[in-house]
Design a protein around this ligand. Structure first.
Ligand SMILES: Cc1cc2nc3c(=O)[nH]c(=O)nc-3n(C[C@H](O)[C@H](O)[C@H](O)COP(=O)(O)OP(=O)(O)OC[C@H]3O[C@@H](n4cnc5c(N)ncnc54)[C@H](O)[C@@H]3O)c2cc1C
Length: 427
């Protein structure tokens, strides 16, 4: 065993959730150590941000650093039918609660490194090391980790924030992770150069091309003329179609959507394809005795609405506040603090999940692609797609209507069918 360093909070993982938690705790004057197994900068998928993230960057005090990084600005997202005949723009200018109607498309290696550097500037300490185990006792938690040189150490703290992403350091040990069997998907993706872009400021928007059999492709413009392109498919389709061969699977997705083929006509791939699969899950509980789950360590929903980084940042801040309130003060309201933290993360998960599963329902996908505007629904939906998950009652009512139309569409053809618009698309 090596050194024992006493901290107020140990954060496992230095991605957006961990960096946000550490920056917050550092700014509050607490001693916080971030254990990160990788050497930054490192590649990570998840490049499209949401405008409501701006409020978090302001709260963290890193907005100016981000603005100086020269990332592409994203003013909205466009849905495109497979053949390209129908497109629907979700323009952030229409969303409520936004100070800025845009956000960034980021190279995550650079973005994550910037956030972690900011956490250090706020007073956090980072160590390159992989957390291996932890034990909770009466007045603290001891975290065992393996340093980059292979040496084993233990660090003691009053609370542990797990921001270890999908590896789920704490969630797996506590047995609280629950896979989402309704959202069994696989993604295959790479960076390209020379992808066709829209002119002007719309050139930074995300484009989502719908694929037959409820798949879809993302096109995310990045700086230096690069574009992140990926295809998301049902996991069973993925296994069947490509026999695990990513390039063949990607080619099949493009062949099924002429709109995607046009965007990629003059494009050159810059690196190998990467694959992620089975990535949707939640947690039965988001906190317990001296531990909190933040970001993907707690739950992850399909990437279709680019919610992952914003949810990670927000829950990172909330985990930091909850850890401070429950374990770094007198802790008199501990049970109430833990209950509130858990409830908030549960509610947000189910709220976002309804949108995600809606996109994979053929009838509700028709409504997403419907001509607009419809009774203010577009604005309510755009607000959610901008990251506004805490809506007033009227917008909640509009969303109910939106999903009701999706259910009725199954019987009454209330909006044009996407399938009709794409007939002959080569599916
Ligand atoms: C295909 C796909 C596309 C996506 N696209 C988008 C998108 O466009 N927009 C968006 O917002 N989100 C997207 N996401 C989601 C996004 O990637 C995540 O939600 C986001 O990265 C979560 O941040 P995090 O900090 O919780 O975890 P991560 O960013 O994964 O960070 C976790 C960190 O913990 C470290 N770590 C892990 N285990 C240990 C350990 N035991 N000890 C120490 N360190 C450890 C890892 O090295 C890592 O750096 C996408 C996800 C997928 C799968």
């Amino acid at each position: 065993m090596g050194t024992r360093i006493d901290q107020d909070v140990v954060v496992v993982g230095g991605g957006p959730a961990g960096a946000a938690a550490a920056a917050r705790l550092g700014r509050l004057g607490h001693r916080v150590l971030v254990l990160e197994s990788e050497r930054f900068p490192r590649f990570h998928i998840g490049e499209s941000l949401l405008p409501l993230g701006d409020a978090v960057f302001r709260e963290l005090g890193c907005r100016d650093r981000l603005a100086a990084a020269g990332f592409v600005q994203k003013y909205g997202a466009r849905l495109v039918s497979p053949c390209g005949r129908r497109t629907v723009l979700f323009d952030f200018a229409e969303a409520r609660h936004l100070e800025l109607p845009w956000t960034f498309q980021v190279h995550r290696a650079e973005f994550d490194a910037l956030l972690l550097e900011h956490a250090i500037a706020c007073g956090a300490t980072t160590v390159q090391g992989r957390a291996r185990d932890y034990t909770v006792d009466g007045d603290g938690v001891a975290v065992d980790y393996e340093a980059a040189d292979g040496a084993r150490h233990t660090v003691r703290a009053r609370a542990l924030i797990d921001a270890s992403g999908r590896s789920g350091f704490v969630a797996r040990r506590e047995g609280v992770r629950i896979d989402d069997h309704e959202l069994r998907k696989a993604a295959v993706y790479a960076h390209f150069r020379g992808v066709e872009t829209d002119p002007g400021r719309r050139g930074g928007d995300t484009r989502i091309v719908s694929l037959p059999r409820l798949g879809w492709m993302w096109f995310i413009p990045l700086k230096d003329g690069q574009t992140s392109v990926g295809a998301v498919l049902d996991l069973d389709d993925y296994r069947q179609q490509a026999k695990g061969e990513p390039a063949a699977l990607f080619a099949a997705a493009v062949a099924a959507a002429p709109a995607a083929a046009r965007l990629l006509a003059a494009a050159e791939r810059l690196g190998e394809f990467r694959v992620e699969s089975g990535f949707s899950y939640r947690a039965a509980r988001y906190c317990g005795d001296r531990w909190f789950l933040a970001g993907d360590a707690g739950s992850f929903l399909d990437p279709v609405f680019s919610t992952g980084v914003l949810l990670a940042l927000r829950s990172g801040l909330e985990a930091a506040d909850a850890a401070a309130a429950a374990y770094l003060g007198r802790g008199r309201r501990r049970a109430a603090v833990l209950q509130r933290f858990d409830r908030r993360l549960q509610q947000r998960y189910w709220f976002v999940r309804r949108f995600v599963t809606g996109f994979y329902d053929p009838n509700t996908r028709d409504v997403f692609f419907a001509p607009r505007p419809l009774l203010g629904m577009t604005r309510a939906v755009t607000t959610v797609l901008a990251g506004g998950f805490d809506l007033g009652w009227l917008d909640r009512l509009r969303l109910q209507l939106f999903f009701l139309i999706g259910r009725l569409q199954a019987r009454y053809d209330l909006v044009p069918r996407l399938a009709a618009a794409t007939a002959g698309a080569g599916s």
